[in-house]
Design a protein around this ligand. Sequence first.
Ligand code: ADP
Ligand code: MG
Length: 324
Amino acid sequence: MTSVIEVRDLKRDYIATKGWVRRRKETIKAVDGISFDVHKGEIFGLLGQNGAGKTTTIKMLITLLAPTSGTCKVLGYDTFGEEKEIRNRINFIFGGEMGVYRRLSARDNLKYFANLYLIKTEAIHTRITELLDLVGLTDKADLLVETYSKGMIQRLQIARGLINDPEIIFMDEPTVGLDPLGARMLRDIIKKLKEQGKTVLLTTHYMYEADELCDRIAIINKGQLIALDTPEKLKHRAKGSDSIEVIVDNLTDELLEKIKSIHSVTAVATSSNEKGIAVCIQCGSALDISGKVLSIFKNNKIYAFTQKEITLEDVYIQLVEGVQ
Ligand SMILES: Nc1ncnc2c1ncn2[C@@H]1O[C@H](COP(=O)(O)OP(=O)(O)O)[C@@H](O)[C@H]1O
Ligand SMILES: [Mg+2]
């Protein structure tokens, strides 16, 4: 696997001035010693609360901010010192920011940015046509951007971010402020980019979004990395895991023992309710044991069967609370 991003013990401090009367300086450790690699062709997510250090990390990766210490390499080059080697081969999109001209059409915006990247005149037309198609703006390409919805502007930003055919695209909260449909369209575009072999590094604080999109996720908290893995492994590692609730007409000790003896069942709680007896089973994977649970209750009446899988959000809360 080729690493296209290599971050080693990266730190970035900010000096903030506090107080009106007695002004004093305070050092904020925005990024406090993080290390990770991003592989070619993956969608890599940086997750963390507001102020965790995500944007600061991205700014160092896209050569806009110098690290206080540590190293940060993109495509094998140092982001500080060798930025010229990197800039034409990457691009970025910051969610919620304009970055496009409202008084121009989408097509003219893209022409303008293509010229900035010195793309050959012959290639510009084809590139713009392809990009408009990718982001679904072909029909509206000649309307002024000021008539666009937020979601359309965000899709145009993506097209702008791809104008130089970057190998890596950085997206800082790309779906922030979008309605659910707009956010879904954007996620579909991100998936298409992966299919085209692009590497995507994105930040988000929507857990389901990270779960759906990312091959691997780094969770950062107060400038430090507290977990890095695939969404599946992160969920697997979490305490409590999945649960199943079955409501049955009656429950004998023998049936209860059978449930408890299923491999990966960690706890069973029972309670009566108006419908029957509720059996709540904590287990490793609800999907793996649901068949067994149903067969144990094959001679019972089953009034309800609910399966709850652990979400990335559960994992995130456990991890972040664990270090506070
Ligand atoms: N230009 C700046 N000057 C001073 N402090 C900053 C600056 N930018 C960010 N910070 C502080 O650094 C920390 C990390 O911020 P940021 O990287 O924007 O986090 P995130 O993107 O995860 O919300 C926060 O405490 C923030 O207040
Ligand atoms: Mg941010």
